[in-house]
Ligand binder design. Structure first.
Ligand SMILES: [Zn+2]
Ligand SMILES: [Zn+2]
Length: 455
């Protein structure tokens, strides 16, 4: 009852606080509605040379929104460049679909005043504060902004040059207290990753989103001197696989070895430079480390990380709840159901020592879970912070005197998928004297930086 009450209360608060000039509450149209022409991402080379901006999605799936500027805000039809309206400083202007959900219109003082057919560009010399209903808040953004009708909702994107984008990503992706050479390595990766994902959110009028689906992007725009120096020192530099951009996945802590991308995510992700490395000063020749030896080692560059070693325990009831809830999602097979787990077995480890295949048994069924999805089985079923910290672990199944499973214990190492650069390892390598170039070549063997000659 308590949670129901809180939900009801929250609902009312949201309704009350919607700017009154918009009138009614949010409309969720059911009919197909006119959408803006699809966004065409800019050419990669032009973005890299800062001849063309990229667009970052800062809000999406909004039933309506509104904005007000600290200065004048010009509302431009992005299609033909016509100015539809000039709002005075502080004047609130909104946009929503009509009750049939077929036409969207600009709105002020309780009334629609201008129909809108496509993407809008908001121009101003001052920041523009955008009000969104979910979450119910104002967020200030530097102009220009784009407002795109996406069929039954709106998205808001920010336009910016690549280096400014990397400056805003870096503090969100790596602590500013990390060594300057590690920050430089991260800046090269952030830049490379952004260029490789231009147009990822074209349906919402954007190149990249602002969360971990693409890269974390700091909306507040706080300036971090260490990050700015790292971006400046690596300006324009990207990581190359021959003549192409390298695929630059990275993670927090590898725990001793990095992962082969194919084992974690499947053959489509295999690359010569993503086969996994041993993250120590003296890599051992052994290709598949013994998991006990590996977890006993304290010699890796990422050893200072809080997640270098970890222990997790699950009682049978917890394990049953996770498996019955998540097994369908992590296997993609709607027919699998296990409510009472009777066994967990490691079927195969990857060359890094991570679990490549986990067998889950119960209710007369036996189901295999592969690679990185093993982490999500112990979270909410999808990638996110809730799952296991890594798939690099020893597994102990505890049974009672009748042989019934009563719990499991995992002793593991590292945090994240383990592919590409280990961020804590990059910090450790930098402190040991490696440059950002050496760091990147260690984690992506066979790649080169774009300002170095191709072999
Ligand atoms: Zn994204
Ligand atoms: Zn590491």
């Amino acid at each position: 009852m308590r949670s129901l009450h809180i939900q009801t209360l929250t609902f009312f608060i949201v309704l009350i606080s919607i700017p009154v000039f918009l009138g009614a509450q949010a409309i969720t149209p059911e009919q197909p509605t006119p959408t803006a022409p699809p966004y065409t991402p800019p050419p990669m080379q032009a973005v890299r040379e800062e001849q063309a901006p990229l667009r970052v999605l800062v809000a999406s799936r909004l039933a309506m929104l509104a904005w007000k500027g600290e200065g004048e805000v010009r509302v431009i039809n992005a299609g033909d460049g016509a100015c539809l309206y000039t709002a005075q400083p502080g004047e609130l202007v909104g946009i929503r679909y009509n009750p049939e959900g077929t036409v969207c219109a600009l709105r002020r003082n309780y009334a629609d005043f201008c129909e809108v057919a496509g993407t809008l560009r908001l121009e101003s010399e001052q920041p523009v504060k955008v009000w969104t209903p979910t979450p119910d808040t104002y967020t200030a953004h530097p102009a220009p902004l784009y407002v795109t009708p996406t069929g039954n909702s709106f998205s808001v994107t920010r336009e910016m040059m690549l280096e400014a984008y990397v400056r805003s990503v870096l503090p969100a992706e790596m602590p500013a207290t990390f060594h300057p050479q590690a920050l430089r390595a991260q800046a090269v990766l952030a830049r490379t990753y952004a260029l490789s994902r231009l147009g990822t959110h074209a349906e919402e009028g954007a190149d990249l989103c602002a969360n971990e689906h693409c890269q974390m992007f700091s909306l507040e725009g706080r300036r971090v001197a260490e990050a700015e120096q790292a971006v400046q020192a690596t300006r324009g530099i990207v990581l190359m696989d021959g003549e192409r951009l390298a695929t630059t996945y990275y993670h927090a802590t590898c725990g001793g070895t990095t992962e082969n991308a194919g084992y974690a995510w499947g053959p489509a992700y295999e690359r010569d430079y993503l086969n996994g490395i041993v993250d120590t000063a003296k890599p051992s020749a052994k290709s598949t480390p013994d998991i006990k030896d590996l977890l006993a080692s304290q010699e890796s560059f990422c050893q200072p990380s809080n997640h270098y070693r970890w222990v997790r325990q699950y009682a049978a009831a917890e394990l049953n709840a996770l498996v019955s809830r998540n097994l369908v999602t992590v296997t993609g097979d709607p027919a699998v159901h296990i409510r009472q787990v009777t066994g967990l077995h490691i079927e195969e480890r990857s060359p890094s020592g991570r679990i490549a295949t986990l067998r889950v048994e119960g209710d007369g069924a036996s189901v295999l879970v592969y690679g990185d999805a093993i982490r999500w089985l112990f979270g909410n079923g999808t990638p996110g912070p809730d799952g296991l910290w890594s798939t690099l672990f020893e597994l102990k199944v505890e049974r009672d005197t009748y042989g019934r499973l009563v719990g499991v214990e995992m002793r593991g190492g590292g945090r994240g998928h383990g592919i590409g650069m280990c961020q804590w390892g990059a910090h450790g390598r930098a402190r040991a004297g490696q440059s950002y170039r050496q760091i990147l070549k260690a984690y992506y063997p066979g790649t080169r930086l774009s300002d170095e000659p191709a072999k």
